[in-house]
Design a protein. Structure first.
Length: 128
């Protein structure tokens, strides 16, 4: 029997303001806005870049990123990238600030961290 494929997974982030979140992902990280509802003044949207997708929604409550709940569980999403060095250089050229710079981590990864407009921490990297 052929094992059915799973082609991706997308975090679902609560956003204070969806247009602000979209601006960050589109303008700073180079994601495409693939869906928004409604078209003007959206409360829900999907952004995508290559195989990565992120859902954002305004739910009338404050976002609670993982690092605000527990100091050792700070990532809200791990985004696998084959070449974190090249992506870091692209993001630097777009004026993105990293919360943790590009490095080899103690747990066998190479990558960097950044926070989005709502404080969610994304790690972009790969195993060394």
């Amino acid at each position: 029997m052929v094992r059915p494929a799973i082609s991706g997974i997308a975090p679902f982030f609560i956003a204070r303001d969806v247009p602000t979140a979209l601006s960050f992902y589109r303008d700073k990280l180079g994601f495409d806005v693939t869906y928004q509802e409604p078209e003007h003044a959206p409360f829900f949207a999907i952004v995508a870049r290559d195989g990565a997708m992120i859902f954002v929604k305004s739910a009338g409550i404050e976002p609670v990123p993982n690092h605000r709940r527990h100091a050792t569980a700070r990532w809200d999403a791990y985004v696998h990238v084959p070449d974190p060095d090249a992506l870091a250089a692209e993001f630097v050229s777009r004026g993105v600030a990293f919360s943790v710079p590009l490095e080899d981590t103690h747990d066998g990864l190479r990558g960097f961290e950044l926070k989005d407009a709502d404080g969610y921490v994304l790690f972009f990297g790969r195993p060394r």
